[in-house]
Ligand binder design. Structure first.
Ligand code: SAM
Length: 180
């Protein structure tokens, strides 16, 4: 079956990271380019309020009526101001999405001490299929380098996964440092 026809399961790494940092608190999570909602739907609960943002309204429709998910339809790659409040999230998750020109802006929506969990395709994935365009493939250590000034690295991995499909990915857990 073609990869694009397979429905992806949530990333166990993303789900585990959220559980580890949440402890007993109530938290707000931003699912950035949330797609079909595989993480938003899995994570939403009375103790986890999710903002799911994506430009594809038909995907957001799939979970617009689920409690504790606030879907926002928006094109994240235009020059408009993102419809998000500064420092409003405890956790931001980004999976299978990369748009380098605005990636650094993510940090302003994260509270001090909050976590960015990022998992997407990396260089080498072109051997296995799509994406193969370098615009969508992280370079070696790229997430660490991009966020090094304002984040502490809690976890970094680059390599092969067979969780949903064979792919080369990079995943990184970053904690926002207090302002200098
Ligand atoms: C490969 S899917 C990943 C979805 C989800 N994060 C996941 O891992 O299941 C990429 C998503 O990015 C969204 N996307 C692409 N370009 C976008 C843009 N300019 N603004 C907002 N969302 C965009 C697409 O609509 C799609 O849902």
């Amino acid at each position: 079956m073609k990869k694009t026809l397979l429905k992806l399961k949530p990333s166990p790494w993303i789900i585990n990271q959220v559980e580890i940092v949440q402890k007993r608190k109530k938290i707000n999570i931003l699912d950035f380019a949330s797609g079909g909602g595989r993480h938003s739907i899995n994570l939403a609960s009375n103790r986890r309020v999710i903002t799911a943002i994506d430009k594809d309204r038909s995907k957001l429709e799939l979970y617009k009526n689920i409690k504790n998910i606030n879907p926002i339809c928006f094109d994240l790659e235009r020059n408009d101001k993102w419809p998000l409040e500064k420092e409003s999230f405890d956790v931001i998750i980004v999976t299978n999405y990369l748009y380098r020109p605005r990636i650094r802006e993510l940090e302003s929506f994260l509270k001090i001490g909050g976590f960015l969990f990022y998992e997407t395709f990396a260089v080498g994935n072109e051997k296995y299929g799509k994406p193969s365009n370098p615009d969508y493939l992280l370079k070696h250590m790229e997430l660490l380098k991009t966020f090094k000034n304002d984040f502490e690295t809690m976890y970094y991995f680059q390599g092969k996964t067979i969780e949903n499909e064979v792919a080369i990915i990079q995943r990184c857990s970053l904690k926002k440092r207090p302002l200098k």
